[in-house]
Design a protein around this ligand. Structure first.
Ligand code: PMT
Length: 425
């Protein structure tokens, strides 16, 4: 998702909208899953052309894909040569992305050696955009040295891969060779498309969700953060080409979105995890709701009932953003630090104080008092504050849109900082 501004008007452009994507389907039992992938791409606004090999068309009828895409499905090279707008290389030339799912061992071998003996391999050779492969085959074929060598060649030539995974195979055996799930391939499509985006080469670190501070083996002090805002930020950074790491507290959300993940429970674990990789981070986005305090002691066994009242003594947790600011010396890799301020009153004043105290480049002031904003919900109301300028108030937006907006401002900050470096005009 990208944000374009024209004066004050903001337009959100989803990453896949109007992108030309070729889905190549080869002959394997996983071919039926390519229909789910195709459907997701179409629903995301992409213009999808499907090319099937002869073997693929034996597993799934081309009509399935035609119904999903509302476009003719290409199965034969020579049948198309007569058509002016679908010549044998034109699909490849105009594709923003080609994804081959499933990619059999046979097709991997052909691609590695430059064969152009069917419409799928011909289009791959002509393709100017990135090509993502989702291999699927029996374990023995996957482990065969010929396939390993073909994979190495393809990797060297810049093909992207997702999977295969370990699981039940067509032969009923269990092993590595099962095609990645359509949802994961969909996310990898987004990742592959974004590879040359404005954040290419940048490492973005996002913290997400709540922390749990235990006081006995079954109880803890926590908060209501679901991780949705942080997950949306990680996806938005990935969609602009960044390598993204997400350090997240306990959450029901799952990974598999092209983002490196590290799960933690407590604020101190998050502190250590962030400081461990901060020296290789370009942008830090602290969306996590980190517990400011933890129980001063931990009871090794479950605390028994028996008293009318009980109090828990608290000890302060380290402030992660302050620790980062302390460590961040001039010339280090970290360029932009964005904090969040979850507030129920005096939103802008409190956020401005945190912006100054935590030495941030931007702070996202988050009104968590409204039912459609803040914790758990899919929408958010935020103001973005910069040390130098007036706050920017965003309307009620989905968390994905808020995230895209924040990332856009991070890109501008990075450009400003690059411009400030000695030797730049
Ligand atoms: O996860 P969701 O359900 O989608 O909800 C999203 C959200 C409301 C949690 C998110 O948008 C948000 O506002 N996150 C920040 C919540 C928060 O802890 O705010 P704070 O004002 O207490 O902290 C200010 C900043 O300092 C934050 O960036 C926080 O990550 C950071 N912090 C806080 C405490 C601490 N010990 N170390 C820190 O670095």
């Amino acid at each position: 998702m990208a944000i374009k501004y024209s004066g004050d008007k903001m337009t959100v452009i989803p990453l896949l909208k109007d992108k030309s994507i070729v889905v190549g389907v080869t002959g394997g039992i996983a071919a039926y899953k390519a229909a789910a992938l195709t459907s997701r791409l179409v629903q995301a606004g992409a213009r999808v052309d499907v090319i099937m090999t002869e073997a693929a068309a034996r597993f799934v009828a081309p009509l399935t894909f035609q119904a999903l895409t509302h476009r003719p499905v290409v199965t034969e090279m020579f049948a198309l040569l007569a058509e002016t707008d679908i010549g044998h290389v034109s699909l490849g030339k105009r594709a923003d992305l080609m994804v081959i799912a499933p990619a059999t061992a046979n097709t991997l071998a052909k691609l590695a050696h430059g064969f152009a003996d069917n419409m799928l391999t011909t289009t791959s050779l002509a393709c100017r955009g990135p090509i993502l492969l989702a291999p699927a085959m029996e374990t023995g074929m996957w482990q065969n040295s010929a396939t390993r060598a073909n994979m190495a060649l393809l990797r060297d030539r810049g093909f992207y891969f997702i999977g295969p995974e370990k699981g039940r195979l067509a032969s009923s055996d269990t092993g590595t060779g099962r095609m990645a799930e359509p949802n994961d391939i969909f996310e990898a499509c987004r990742w592959s498309l974004a590879r040359k985006g404005p954040l290419a080469g940048k490492h973005v670190l996002v913290t997400a969700g709540c922390t749990w501070e235990p006081f006995d083996p079954v109880r803890f002090i926590g908060n209501r953060s679901s991780g949705k805002m942080g997950f949306a930020l990680a996806a938005a950074g990935r969609d602009q080409g960044a390598e993204v790491t997400r350090i997240h507290g306990p959450t029901a959300r799952t990974a598999g979105d092209g983002v490196r993940c590290q799960a933690i429970q407590t604020a101190r674990q998050m502190h250590d995890a962030v400081l461990d990789i901060i020296s290789t981070t370009d942008v830090l986005l602290m969306a996590a709701a980190v517990g400011d305090y933890r129980p001063a002691s931990f009871a090794g066994q479950k605390i028994k009932k028996g008293q009318d009242s009980r109090s828990v003594e608290l000890a302060p947790n380290p402030d992660i953003l302050k620790a980062v600011a302390k460590q961040n010396k001039p010339g280090s890799q970290l360029q932009v630090v964005v904090g969040f301020a979850a507030e129920t009153e005096d939103l802008l004043e409190n956020a401005r104080k945190k912006l100054d105290q935590k030495k941030l480049d931007l702070i996202v002031a988050n009104d968590v008092s409204a039912p459609d904003s803040g914790f758990k919900v899919d929408t958010n109301r935020v103001n973005i504050l910069d040390p130098q300028s007036e706050p920017v108030t965003l309307p009620l937006l989905s968390k994905d849109e808020v995230a895209a907006n924040i990332i856009q401002r991070v890109i501008v900050k990075l450009e400003e900082k690059a411009g400030d470096q000695p030797g730049k005009d």
